[in-house]
Design a protein around this ligand. Structure first.
Ligand SMILES: [Zn+2]
Ligand SMILES: [Zn+2]
Length: 309
């Protein structure tokens, strides 16, 4: 498919100086109080979102995983155990509530969390329980682990995992199968960084293998059925991937399937807040997408709304 616009031309013509309804992020606001690997406070992140003209900012800190074997190395280094990790998440849930009120009238803050897919036997029940217990507005469904190994922590772990599974192609097929299963079972409002394994395998030929494309398309079909939004995640720019997640062919295929997009800056520091949002908008326009969807509070409920790009 030929891109509808020239990407560079669209990027050059995008206005950046005023507030636009598409200035939303439904994935980010990871803060240092509640994520060991984040480095700004929640208040700093939200103040920056206000300064940068964001209309809606969904904060989605990481859900805890209920098995000590899957504590992240930075959590262990921070002295966390399962109890304190869950207490930290509970504090996040309360802080997110407070933030909605504290920023009312300046920016619409939505309360979400980023779900995990471990432990395999209990994550569906675990994530549902967290969601209900804390009355979150929505969830971002993400797959950060394949075969009980994190895929976005280091190139070494990624390479070890690929070797164990028989290569990058096999890893990617398993990853997309896990995304499909997660979406079917958790039914998240937003699917996070759909092609995350690109982080440590950006240009690898395995991404174009038939089996991988088929697995990714199967996952997109499940997303279309469930009706989740796919985020255009701008972390791809800052990680040096040359564009956001997901890749262009996935944007085109998702559009054909009727999937709606939203934006996520996946912020873990104030520098990430709203970064490259204009470029992500141009990216969508270049691949023929004219609207995104967002979530918004209406008469006390959080509903979906479509806004023009
Ligand atoms: Zn994070
Ligand atoms: Zn993530």
């Amino acid at each position: 498919m030929v891109a509808a616009y020239d990407l560079a031309q669209v990027e050059a013509s995008v206005a950046t100086d005023d507030q636009r309804p598409w200035r939303v992020s439904l994935h980010g606001g990871h803060s240092r109080e509640f994520s060991a690997h984040a480095s700004s406070t929640l208040t700093e992140l939200l103040e920056t979102a206000v300064e940068r003209g964001m209309v809606t900012y969904g904060i989605t800190d990481h859900a805890p995983i209920s098995d000590v074997r899957f504590l992240y190395p930075d959590e262990v280094a921070a002295g966390l155990d399962l109890d304190s990790r869950f207490a930290q998440f509970e504090a996040y849930a309360q802080a997110s509530r407070d933030a909605v009120d504290a920023f009312a009238g300046r920016i619409e803050v939505l309360r979400g969390f980023e779900a995990e897919v471990l432990p395999a036997a209990s994550y569906v029940a675990d994530m549902r329980r967290l969601r209900e217990q804390h009355s979150f507005d929505y969830a971002v469904g993400s797959v950060h682990w394949v075969d009980e190994t994190p895929i976005d922590l280091s190139a070494e772990l990624f390479a070890e995992l690929a070797a164990r599974l028989g290569g990058i192609e096999a890893l990617l097929v398993r990853y997309y199968a896990s995304v499909a299963e997660m979406v079917e079972r958790l039914r998240p409002e937003v699917v996070g960084h759909f092609d995350l394994p690109r982080l440590y395998s950006a240009d690898h030929a395995a991404h174009d293998a038939n089996a991988v494309r088929t697995a990714a398309e199967d996952a997109l079909r499940v997303i279309a059925e469930v009706g989740s939004l796919v985020e255009v995640n701008t972390a791809g720019y800052r990680k040096g991937l040359g564009g956001p997640y997901p890749a262009p062919w996935m944007v085109e295929r998702a559009s054909e399937l009727g999937i709606a997009f939203t934006f996520g800056d996946d912020s873990h520091h104030v520098d990430h807040v709203a970064a490259n949002l204009e470029r992500a908008r141009a990216y969508l326009l270049a691949y023929g997408v004219r609207n995104i969807s967002t979530l918004t509070r209406e008469a006390g409920a959080v509903v979906r709304a479509e806004v023009a790009l």
